[in-house]
Design a protein around this ligand. Sequence first.
Ligand code: ZN
Length: 94
Amino acid sequence: MSCPPEHRPALRFRFSTAAGPVDKCLRHAILHGPLFRTALVTAAIVGTTLTAINQGNVLLSGAFPPILYWKIPLTFSVPYLVSTTSALRISRKR
Ligand SMILES: [Zn+2]
């Protein structure tokens, strides 16, 4: 589904769908279903791997120091942002 007609932003993004290409503003592009789901899956896979590499020894020892309450979410947010940013950059309509 495209943006409502009143959305005429400077930045526009084009996505392929079964019904043909659709153009979206940044807000709607970030929430575009396939882009959003792909970023979540990427964050789950890469975030889990990075957490295991960086914090695995601490977690396997049975400890959960308070610093991990922000480090682990930050670790998962990085692949989410990389995936979303990459998808938006290649979808940008010029
Ligand atoms: Zn929009």
